[in-house]
Design a protein around this ligand. Structure first.
Ligand SMILES: Cc1cc2nc3c(=O)[nH]c(=O)nc-3n(C[C@H](O)[C@H](O)[C@H](O)COP(=O)(O)OP(=O)(O)OC[C@H]3O[C@@H](n4cnc5c(N)ncnc54)[C@H](O)[C@@H]3O)c2cc1C
Length: 666
């Protein structure tokens, strides 16, 4: 099947505006006869459900938590970008578009990114109208801060709880429609298969996670909004439940999976402490606005710190290596995440790491506390030479900006980050890859759409900070509600889709036999045992740095692990009840397939770009080396019964409005 991305031709600034004026619409009188299933009610799905219901469609929405309010989106801390230019620092739609394409290392689709930049400004208005308490300046205007990979301040935020507040906005909008009967909400329901009738997505099979009942649900279109698959690494900053199952089932039913190997490893996370952990914690990128990243300049100091013989505060300025400021003077600590992560790995690999495992660098606020303290002293006509006073005043400012993040760090690490620098290390955080979608956000299965982190669409090989929320809400509030009409307009006379069709029976049997297998397996190991093993393979061989040998080994090891899993996994409890071990088994089964495709994708991409770093393709200075001549494409994989047999389809990336150059943040 050829990849038709449906991108309109013509000048980029008029693309989305013109395009949306010419797509088919559904007459209001007909909308109530059209059912749309939304799988996932995080920011993207929640926004889409509320908007489609507002437009008049009959929506059925599913999530596996007990409430949409608990979606992973709630974890988003730092902010959401928009090209409003409120800071008056020269921002524009073009700059946001340019930064995002460049940040993604020229592996994103130009037209999608431009559309994202265009609608970014509407998102803020929408959320403010909903009452989302975005931070404001003293004068009452919305405040902005900076995130990595940009030289303007365009990030809107709600302290360190931006995702939570935005999700509450979308959730409130959904609730209004639930109250009106326009959305039927299925909490604690997990989609386990996609049903295709006559080549079109017409429903899903879901398991009621409380009773264990297997249910059939039909609709005229299905929207997958199930978030990212970072938990294929076992340890990540994602919510524990984040998984690939819905996206993977769609893939197995014909939806191509794009760029699975593009993963974002976030530079500022609390380092791994040992094997007992099941989750990693992010320290928001917003901290890089004020925090300075460093390691000791001398190996002896690093070793002394690791052995507990020295403290970071014992080291004089000249004995510290602020390596990002040194290597990238124009962006400094605000280089994009992939660049910052690799630089941290490089220093730790060279022996300069600072915690017991040797895998940590410092994020230090001493300079910011001093700077802000002196400023406050001047403002209040106090003595700026009184170091205690300056410290107290500066700490207050830092606390106002990042207090909840500092508190979180203190609770986890038991060290006061106001007094001693935080220790951070890169961790898996976000997946740029996902289900392939065309410009309308439709997958290669007709009538099956994919939005938010679950699709591949806008971030190329690396996502800039604060742009996932922007994309999720752009897709949910402003793009899908238009584009889905183009497809549904042809369905106004179709009538209800029966769940008695043989395709529903087949899909349900498929799910039942999987569940039967796990419940009757006489295995000896827990699901986590296999998931941890998968995570180790992924991190060691498909993680921050990859090479041909490691990737080949990873594919073999994952295939063998999958076989072992089916033979030896033990799932306790019963199927007809609340059973989290069974839920995990069904999810890990899909991770074990995705992991192999992930490695295969990384193997074929013989270049380094964004979050994908192939050791064979780097400059003498250790910077990523792209190969635009041969790899300027989206890799979209077609399922063929086994991840190893997947067939590669290439969607060429054509840049008409941006010149591809080597990314430089120097
Ligand atoms: C710690 C952290 C901080 C972050 N901070 C920021 C930030 O400051 N700014 C930013 O832009 N981005 C940030 N991100 C990224 C951002 O939070 C996510 O990309 C975004 O929230 C994803 O939203 P989503 O709606 O696509 O998916 P999610 O919020 O993950 O929602 C997925 C939904 O799908 C449902 N679901 C999943 N599988 C199934 C299934 N099989 N059946 C039924 N339902 C299912 C879930 O129940 C849930 O409702 C952060 C990420 C992390 C991990």
């Amino acid at each position: 099947m050829a990849l038709d991305n449906k991108i309109p031709q013509g000048s980029i600034s008029s693309k989305w505006t013109d395009y949306k004026d010419h797509i088919k619409l559904v007459n209001p009188a007909n909308k109530r006869n059209i059912d749309v299933i939304i799988v996932g009610t995080g920011l993207a799905g929640g926004a889409a459900a509320a908007t489609l219901a507002e437009l008049g469609y009959s929506v059925k929405a599913f999530c596996y938590q007990d409430s949409p309010r608990r979606a992973h989106s709630i974890a988003a801390q730092g902010g959401i970008n928009a090209a409003k230019n409120y800071a008056g620092d020269g921002d524009s739609i073009y700059r946001l578009f340019y930064d995002t394409v460049k940040g993604g290392d020229y592996r994103a689709r130009e037209a999608n990114v431009h559309r994202l930049a265009e609608v970014s400004v509407n998102i803020i208005d929408q959320c403010v109208a909903q009452g989302v308490p975005l931070a404001r300046e003293y004068g009452g205007l919305l405040d902005n801060r900076s995130f990595g990979g940009t030289q303007v301040s365009r990030t809107f935020y709600a302290k360190g709880q931006t995702g939570q507040q935005l999700l509450l906005g979308a959730y409130s909008a959904m609730n209004r429609q639930i109250g009106r009967g326009k959305i039927k909400m299925y909490n604690r329901h997990e989609m386990l298969d996609l049903v295709i009738v006559d080549g079109k997505a017409r429903g899903i099979i879901a398991r009621n996670l409380v009773t264990g009942e297997i249910e059939r649900h039909s609709a005229h279109a299905v929207v997958i909004a199930t978030g990212g698959y970072g938990n294929v690494f076992f340890l990540s900053t994602n919510a524990m439940g984040s998984n690939v199952t819905a996206a993977w089932k769609a893939h197995k039913r014909g939806a191509y999976f794009a760029n699975p190997c593009y993963t974002q490893i976030h530079p500022t996370c609390i380092p791994v402490t040992g094997d007992h952990q099941s989750k990693l914690t992010l320290m928001s990128e917003s901290l890089r606005n004020d925090g300075r990243i460093w390691v000791p300049k001398n190996l002896e100091d690093a070793q002394a710190i690791r052995e507990g013989k020295k403290k970071p505060t014992d080291l004089a300025e000249e004995d510290r290596d602020y390596y990002l400021e040194r290597r990238y003077p124009s962006f400094g600590n605000l280089v994009p995440r992939d660049v910052a992560s690799r630089a941290a790995k490089e220093r730790c690999d060279a022996g300069f790491g600072v915690n017991a495992t040797g895998e940590a660098v410092y994020l230090d606020f001493a300079a910011a506390i001093d700077r802000y303290g002196k400023e406050q002293a001047r403002i209040h006509h106090l003595d700026e030479n009184d170091s205690k006073l300056v410290y107290d005043l500066g700490q207050k400012v830092v606390e106002n900006k990042y207090g909840n993040l500092f508190q979180m760090y203190y609770k986890i690490v038991d060290e006061d980050p106001y007094k001693t620098p935080m220790m951070i290390y890169p961790a898996v955080h976000y997946t740029m890859g996902g289900v392939w979608v065309d410009y309308n956000l439709m997958t290669t299965v007709e009538g099956c759409y994919c939005i938010g982190e679950a699709n591949f669409s806008d971030h190329g090989a690396n996502r800039l900070g604060a742009s996932a929320l922007m994309q999720g809400l752009a897709d949910g509030y402003f793009v899908l509600p238009y584009t889905i009409g183009d497809y549904l307009a042809d369905d106004i006379r179709t009538g209800k889709i029966s769940t008695d069709l043989p395709e529903f029976v087949e899909a349900e049997n498929n799910v039942r036999s999987m569940i039967d297998h796990f419940m009757n397996n006489k295995g000896t190991h827990s699901v986590d045992y296999f998931h941890k093993k998968l995570g180790k393979i992924m991190w060691n061989k498909v993680g921050m740095a990859r090479n041909e040998q490691g990737l080949n080994e990873a594919m073999d090891e994952i295939a063998a692990l999958r076989e072992d899993f089916y033979k030896n996994v033990k799932v306790s409890g019963i199927a007809d009840s609340f059973n989290q071990e069974l839920e995990k088994a069904l999810r890990v089964a899909d991770f074990l397939e995705l992991g192999e495709l992930f490695a295969k994708d990384a193997l074929q991409r013989e270049e380094s770009c964004g979050g994908h770093f192939r050791e064979e393709h780097q400059s003498v200075e250790g910077e990523a080396e792209r190969d635009d001549e041969n790899f300027s494409y989206v890799a979209a994989w077609e399922y063929k019964g086994n991840p190893r047999e997947a067939v590669l389809h290439k969607e060429p990336l054509v840049y008409e409005n941006i010149k591809m150059v080597t990314r430089s943040y120097k």
